[in-house]
Design a binder for this molecule. Structure first.
Ligand SMILES: [Zn+2]
Length: 305
């Protein structure tokens, strides 16, 4: 392109619609999470995505263009690391003497679409060593563990029980300001929760926490076993319990939970099953992860003969 897009093209309208997806735990906060801005030059209109949080955020764009072409396919999905800005794609008019327009819809969520879950990682039970709680709803549970919560676990637990980090990482969300609850999806947004981003890019959700009980704030680095909250009964819930799952994103609105194994004192390393009590094992001797633990370990292992 020889001529300037901004002077030759007739710009009509760019419509920005941030869409928040409906999930049991709000991982989508499109307004405050990302900033999308454009910059026009001889090569076209460059789209930049600025991540305003310290977590990985995944964004997807649906683009509707008239007399324009793009250097990317739509829907376009990108994961932007915390506090980073990336150039996502650019658009150029096909015929600069004709009117050109574009509109787009953007979705965004905490979590990485690039994450490769570390299948070898063994999680700790998220309560004090020596204590025992019954799994009231396991993987694929009929009450609410489907779709994005397919691989979630619920433990029946009295309100106020200390909740421990099942895996260390970076606290990227901490909400404990609500107390509403009920057996209806209309209460989903009222669930207090903590999100912890792990070294492999997955995020652990701890849900239905007690109002005012969170012990950590966004930006804290926690270790496996640290007390992070008090359990509760907030949100879409039919009784006091703790909900936990590990997820990655498929795109800006589709959350994908992943199956994980836990270390227990009485059943060894297991996939948890509904109706069974599991006693938490001591945390001593479990590995603590730095930010690059998983990738470093893979490098060390791949360098071995
Ligand atoms: Zn649950």
């Amino acid at each position: 392109m020889k001529s300037s897009v901004s002077s030759r093209g007739l710009f009509l309208a760019a419509l920005l619609l941030g869409v928040t997806s409906l999930n049991a735990f709000a991982v989508s906060e499109s307004g405050s999470m990302l900033k999308v801005f454009t910059c026009a030059d001889d090569e076209g209109i460059h789209f930049y995505v600025q991540n305003l949080t310290l977590a990985n955020v995944t964004a997807s764009f649906e683009m509707n263009m008239t007399n324009m072409q793009a250097n990317a396919n739509f829907p376009y999905t990108t994961t932007v690391a915390g506090n980073q800005t990336v150039e996502a794609f650019n658009l150029t008019p096909v015929d600069t003497n004709q009117v050109w327009t574009y509109t787009f819809v953007r979705t965004s969520s905490f979590g990485s679409a690039d994450a490769t879950p570390d299948d070898a990682f063994v999680y700790s039970l998220p309560y004090a060593p020596g204590s025992s709680f019954k799994v009231s709803q396991g993987y694929h549970g009929k009450f609410s563990h489907s779709g994005p919560d397919d691989y979630a676990i619920d433990w029946r637990m009295p309100v106020g029980t200390p909740v421990c980090a099942a895996r260390g990482g970076l606290v990227v969300k901490s909400k404990d300001d609500d107390e509403r609850s009920g057996s209806d999806r209309k209460y989903e947004k009222s669930a207090n929760c903590i999100l912890i981003q792990h070294a492999d890019g997955t995020i652990g959700i701890y849900g239905h926490l007690k109002k005012g009980g969170n012990q950590v704030k966004v930006g804290d680095q926690v270790k496996t076993g640290d007390v992070i909250a008090l359990s509760g009964n907030t949100g879409f819930s039919n009784g006091p319990h703790l909900h936990f799952s590990v997820f990655k994103m498929l795109d800006g609105k589709t959350r994908l939970s992943v199956p994980v194994k836990f270390r227990s004192a009485d059943h060894g390393v297991v996939t948890l099953a509904q109706g069974i009590h599991y006693t938490a094992a001591p945390v001593e001797g479990q590995r603590d992860e730095g930010p690059n633990f998983a990738s470093n370990l893979k490098m060390i292992l791949s360098a071995l003969p």
